[in-house]
Every structure is written in structure tokens, then in C-alpha cells.
Design a protein around this ligand. Structure first.
Ligand code: FRU
Length: 508
């Protein structure tokens, strides 16, 4: 009887939340200071890692670490949003709530097309979420096994979820950091493979049915960066020149290239049991300070789509927004490229950004020789061409003289972002530090695409070979732009204004 009452209460809660949600999204303007206009952020409250990203029936699902009770990290839920085009998002009711096994930490979701799990019913394909149950009581009691892997499934295309009554499915034998399962289907052996962060390495498990898991191997104890704990790994296939490689990404906090959290990657081969990297160099998906916990969507075929949390654990809890805290990066398509025989991972904006592009403007010679442009839109794509025989920079500013500077330092052969004078920076001493990304391309001319938004900047240089993401918090919008004066650097400046992704939802 109690179970029945609980079930009825749950249904009422879900339906009420949906109605309330519909009212919220239809009237919300998403126009507060710092509200990103070309990225997903929740209407209110705290957000961290993207979770359970899966594409199904023409819909991209984005779940995320969410605390609906405030603007700081708290008992974790899976928030939920969907999109038809990766650009316009609709926030939906919370998908997974904490329960007696703990908070709902990060994880992934798959389409179980062959119903290997047996969760499918009446021909409906189940979507299965695999996540970490984090038991705060066990943690407080000083236990080592308070993180375990659990399942939930959906029979209505990802909109509502039922937790499996056999949870947890993968029990912890005593590793304090044992979390963030990312599951993919390994076709050659017809089995599921789970990539799990296990303290300072990744452990691979396999399963025929998502419920019974066998340990396969581990990777990385002495490879890559180890300045912090390994979290949120992912493994996916990319092809170049007709050859397929497996790419293993691992998020690490702290120990990123510019301090705090970041995503490193390894390119190699996976045979269903072990991952073998091509070399032992440390490389990063994004060299900026604000891409973390990035993982890819499942069920997108050969297109590999990546999304990160646009923040850094060094100051995520202190960034100066009121109603919500933190957001997601722009979705990116990943690919491999070879530079002098070295394989590198490239990130580029998904082409769906075309949906919000407005008319392109090319700036003339005055701007190229250092004249300041004023009255710019608050969100746009900036396209530059520059000669790397010279250093160059672009300063984004406002009439309060807040300045965000991005550029290229020839002597160091590095791109950089300087937000030390960008407005509010004193909430954390780390925030004002200069950030660098190596330039990998050997081409003389660098083509650089920049996604500029009200409080974030993302740089994709040389077709995404060098990528940097950074947030910033000006006193008022940075609506001016100035190119460095020295001759020979930047030779082309184009701007493509972007429509707000929230426009459709706002009441005029
Ligand atoms: C990464 C992370 C994950 C964990 C989640 C908790 O940012 O620490 O390892 O599952 O956040 O919110």
C-alpha cells in the first residue's frame, strides 16, 4: 500500500513539475546579466557535469549534475533538457532524484536497441542510464565503498525514468573515487564496455546486459597528467584516412594545463579488453580554464559530439551569478587531424550554430590598423585570419574599460586569454591568471573562429587544433573590439551576429 501511495505521489509530483516547468519556460526571458545567449544554462540553481547524453528519435537529451535547492553544489540530482538541434534547449523536470542509496552522481545513457537488459516492454526500446550512487552517509562514516554504479531505465524515449530495483549493479570493493561510468556498445564482441574513473586511473568493465559487469583491465596509472583525481572518462571511435582509432578522454581535477580542472586525452586502440595508447604524451581537449567533465553523446553514429561543463572547480562555487551558477560549453564535433605525423584531437563548433547566424559583416582597413569598433552585439562569431610570423591580439572592452584580451604570442608559439582586467575577478585569486594554449598547426596563416557570448569566450584556432574556453564577468557587456596595431598580424576580421537561443521562449 505504502509503495502504491508513493508511486501516486511521484506521478503527481512529475506531472506538477511538468506543468510548472511549461509555465516557466514559456515566460522566462533568460536575459539576466551574464545569462549566456548561445549556451545552455539552467533557469535557476547550481549545475555541474553534463550526464547521460544520448540522441534518440531526433532528440538530443542532456542530463546534468543539478542541485535544485540553491546556487552551490549540494545533493546531486540529474537535471534534464532536450534539444532538436543542439542549440535551442528546453529544460524539463528533474529526471533522477537522490534516494536511499545516495546522491545521483555523473554517468551516461545508452539506447539498448536489442533489449539486452530486459527492461524493454511491448516492443519499446529501453534507454538505460548508468550512473554513480554516492552515499554521503558512508562517506561521512569514513568508509571506502560509498560510490557504486547503478541503473535507471526509460520506456518513454528518455522523458521519465525508473530506477532498477537490483541497484547497485557494480559494487565498490574499496576505492574511494569509483565513479562516472561511461558505457558504449563494443560491436566486435557484442558487449557493453564501461569506462570508469577509479582514483588515479581508468578501469574497463564489460557486460552482456548492463546488469552483470566483469572487470577487464585498467589504464593510466603512470600515463598522462596526475595532478589530481581522474573523473568522468569517455572512450569513442574516430576515423582518419580510413583508419579507426579509439580516443580515451579523462577529466582531471586539479592538474589542468592552466590550473584547476581540465580534460586530457589519449589516442590508441581498444581491443575489447585493453586500451593501448599510440604514445605517452599528455594532451588536452581544451587548454582554456573552463571546459571540464566533457563527454560525448551516445547513439550519434560516426559523428562524435562533445559537451563540457563551462567552469572550473577552482572557483565554480564563487562565480558572480545570482539566479543560477555555471553553464555548459558550446557543443562541439570532435575529429582527428595529423600534424607532421602526430595525431591530434580537434574540436569545432557543431554546424547547427548556422541556425542562429545573422548576416556576416567584414571589417575594413581602419579596424585592421587598430581602430576600435563600438556598439557590437553581445553574442557573435568572430572570424580572424592572422599571420603567425607576428604576435597579435584582440581586445574586447566596454566603456568602463573592462578588457578581455585574446591573442597569439609568436615567441612562445602559444595562444592566450588574459581576463585579468575583464571586470569581476576578485572572487578567486586563480581567476585572473593568464591562460595559454600551444599552437600545433605549422601553417603560416592561422584561421581562428571565436564564439563570443555575454560571459564566455571559446577559441577554435586552426580548424580546432588549439581550443580554449574561458568565462568572464564584466561590469557591463563588452560591446567594443580592437585589433592590435602592429603590422602583419591579423589580416581579416569578420563578425557573424548570433540570435539568442532563448528568443523563441521569451514573451515579447
Ligand atoms: C566531476 C565530479 C564527478 C562527480 C560529480 C559530482 O565534476 O566530481 O566526478 O560524479 O562531479 O557532482
Amino acid at each position: 500500500m505504502k509503495k502504491l501511495i508513493n508511486a501516486v505521489l511521484l506521478v503527481v509530483a512529475v506531472l506538477t513539475a511538468r506543468v510548472v516547468h511549461a509555465q516557466i519556460t514559456d515566460t522566462e526571458k533568460y536575459d539576466e546579466p551574464y545569462r549566456l545567449q548561445t549556451h545552455f544554462s539552467p533557469r535557476a540553481h547550481w549545475i555541474n557535469d553534463p550526464n547521460g547524453m544520448v540522441y534518440f528519435n531526433h532528440t538530443y537529451h542532456l542530463f546534468y549534475q543539478y542541485f535544485p535547492g540553491g546556487n552551490s553544489w549540494g545533493p546531486m540530482h540529474w537535471g534534464h533538457a532536450t534539444s532538436k538541434d543542439l542549440i535551442h534547449w528546453h529544460e524539463l523536470p528533474i529526471a533522477l532524484y537522490p534516494d536511499s542509496l545516495g546522491y545521483i552522481f555523473s554517468g551516461s545513457a545508452v539506447v539498448d536497441a536489442d533489449n539486452t537488459s530486459g527492461f524493454g516492454k511491448d516492443g519499446k526500446k529501453p534507454l538505460v542510464a548508468i550512473f554513480t550512487h554516492h552515499d554521503p552517509k558512508g562517506e561521512q562514516a569514513g568508509k571506502d565503498n560509498f560510490q557504486n554504479q547503478s541503473l535507471a531505465y526509460s520506456l518513454d524515449e528518455g522523458y521519465t525514468w525508473t530506477k532498477y530495483n537490483g541497484n547497485p549493479v557494480l559494487k565498490n570493493s574499496g576505492i574511494r573515487d569509483f565513479r562516472d561510468p561511461k558505457v558504449c556498445w563494443f560491436a566486435p564482441a557484442s558487449k557493453w564496455v564501461m569506462t570508469l574513473a577509479t582514483k588515479d586511473k581508468v578501469t574497463f568493465y564489460s557486460s552482456p546486459n548492463l546488469k552483470d559487469w566483469t572487470r577487464e583491465s585498467e589504464f593510466g596509472e603512470k600515463l598522462g597528467a596526475h595532478g589530481g583525481v581522474w573523473e568522468c572518462p569517455d572512450m569513442f571511435k574516430l576515423t582518419i584516412g580510413g583508419r579507426a582509432y579509439w580516443v580515451l578522454t579523462v577529466n582531471i581535477n586539479p592538474g589542468g594545463p592552466n590550473g584547476g580542472s581540465a580534460t586530457q586525452y589519449f589516442i590508441g586502440q581498444f581491443n575489447g579488453t585493453t586500451f593501448t595508447p599510440l604514445d605517452n604524451k599528455t594532451r588536452w581537449v581544451d587548454y582554456g580554464p573552463d571546459e571540464y567533465a566533457g563527454v560525448t553523446w551516445s547513439n550519434t553514429g560516426s559523428r562524435v559530439l562533445f559537451l563540457g561543463w563551462m567552469s572550473n572547480w577552482a572557483y565554480a562555487g564563487q562565480v558572480p551569478t545570482d539566479k543560477w551558477r555555471n553553464a555548459m560549453t558550446a557543443p562541439r564535433q570532435l575529429s582527428l587531424n595529423s600534424v607532421n605525423g602526430e595525431l591530434l584531437l580537434c574540436s569545432n563548433l557543431v554546424h547547427e550554430y548556422d541556425h542562429i547566424k545573422q548576416k556576416e559583416v567584414t571589417f575594413g582597413s581602419k579596424v585592421l590598423t587598430g581602430q576600435k569598433v563600438k556598439g557590437l552585439p553581445h553574442q557573435y562569431l568572430l572570424k580572424l585570419k592572422a599571420n603567425t610570423a607576428h604576435s597579435f591580439s584582440v581586445t574586447f572592452s566596454n566603456s568602463n574599460d573592462n578588457q578581455l584580451v585574446i591573442g597569439y604570442n609568436k615567441a612562445m608559439n602559444r595562444f592566450y586569454i588574459d581576463r585579468s582586467k575583464s571586470g569581476k575577478i576578485d572572487f578567486n585569486p586563480e581567476f585572473g591568471k593568464l591562460c595559454f594554449a600551444p599552437r600545433f598547426s605549422k601553417a603560416k596563416i592561422s584561421a581562428i573562429e571565436i564564439l563570443f557570448d555575454t560571459s564566455s569566450i571559446e577559441i577554435f584556432a586552426d580548424k580546432g587544433l588549439s581550443t580554449m574556453t574561458s568565462v568572464y564577468f564584466p561590469e557591463k557587456p563588452l560591446d567594443q573590439l580592437q585589433i592590435s596595431k602592429q603590422k602583419g598580424g591579423i589580416s581579416q576580421v569578420k563578425i557573424v551576429p548570433l540570435k539568442s537561443i532563448w528568443q523563441k521562449l521569451a514573451i515579447k
